[in-house]
Design a protein around this ligand. Sequence first.
Ligand code: SAH
Ligand code: SF4
Ligand code: F3S
Length: 463
Amino acid sequence: MLILLKFCIKIIYYNLIMLNNKLYIKTWGCQMNEYDSSKIADIMKKELNCKITKFAQNANILILNTCSIREKAQEKLFHQLGRWKNLKKNNPEIIIGVGGCVASQEGEKILRRAHYVDIIFGPQTFHKLPRMVYKVHKFKKYLIDISFPKNEKFKFFPPKKTTDVSSFISIIEGCNKYCTYCIVPYTRGKEISRPYKDIILEIKNLSLQGVKEIHLLGQNVNSYNYKDIKKQDYCNFTKLLQMISKIENIKRIRFTTSHPQNFSNELINIYKKIPQLVNFLHLPVQSGSDRILSLMKRRYNVSDYIEIINKLKNIRPNIQISSDFIVGFPGETRKDFYDTISLILDIDLDMSFSFIYSSRPGTPASKMKDNVSISEKKERLYLLQYYLKQQTKKFSLKMINTIQIILVEGISIQNNQYFGKTENNRTVFFISNNNYIGKFINVKIIDSYLYSLYAIFISICKN
Ligand code: SAH
Ligand code: SF4
Ligand code: F3S
């Protein structure tokens, strides 16, 4: 009875007032932002009966999920909002919401330049969007909520319905590291680990729907540390991995991003016990110079990083490592830069991401003297990316004529071929008359491009 009553109230509250909602979401930034946007879509579908549209001009609710990791984030935001302003001129009923890290950082300031924005929400408050949309619709007044309620949003996620074979899942939000260049701790708040029981439940639900690969997400996944002091209930990252490895049908476990400081021996050794952990690790080092690492406040030095990789390679000789790099950090000399190039070659890094240092408002590095000219920074980035590309190419070429196991994910709209991923995160395309989506198969690699490979089907894997 109570449930029925609640249901009726909800219908009156939302659906009758806001019929025919069409939602358009534009997302910038990291995998965490992509994950958040997928959850926004799920919540809005459930609560406001929204249909998702791929075209902004068809929507009456426009959401922009922003990123502020590098410069021009604000400019990019107002540029995009300018386009949506024109849509709103033609249809004043349109509701515009800005979320994500720029919203969290700028808050009300966004309205000074874009008064036509209706909702500003943060990475921890997007679960409130349906109610906010309803209130804006009814009272025609803008709303802002960029607070950081602890673990609240997860309670609002509807159980995921999916046909995907690989799925992201957020396990820890925020960051306590405060690297001197980075905006994330200010926009995403302090680290909060989700209760492990919820994570396990979510993964079990995914595995029942055919998900075979889990990709754990967090700004620092390996500082995951759930504590319920009252119940004396604790769980760290390695324990969580062990629990996930016991879930039936989860055959591959990936995680991003991990931090070298929290890459404990316990975590390294777990690679012996959990075969589902893929032979590929994204472990950002940022620089190959101890002096720069210290200015960045990364909390490790180059030899610590190398030690982690060596220990891992002892356990998993074929593990491939990828990283992130920042070039042109304030005070970076040519010697510091060449140390970074040497590190890439010494540890034989695979595909990596690299960026020119970008001064972020309010961060300690933004107050450091930046004496590297922009042309020098661009030159260093060009050279660094040249070496990184050579590394990626080398690993891809080595795979030609080898048999690889891939998890088949779907059919590509670009070339109409089936595609799947290898353990080392490369996309492999192959032609087949049979549908192997959701299956692990053996393929023989016959050709290689930088990040993708072409293969022929060999056989279905036994398990
Ligand atoms: N938590 C992760 C990284 C998250 S941000 C870690 O610590 O490794 C993703 C990447 O963006 C970083 O690894 C870094 O290489 C880059 N980045 C972050 N802030 C930056 C800045 N101010 N300028 C340039 N690159 C930056
Ligand atoms: Fe940013 Fe450093 Fe935190 Fe990574 S660890 S999110 S780079 S502050
Ligand atoms: Fe960008 Fe925020 Fe992710 S700044 S990289 S969206 S955590």
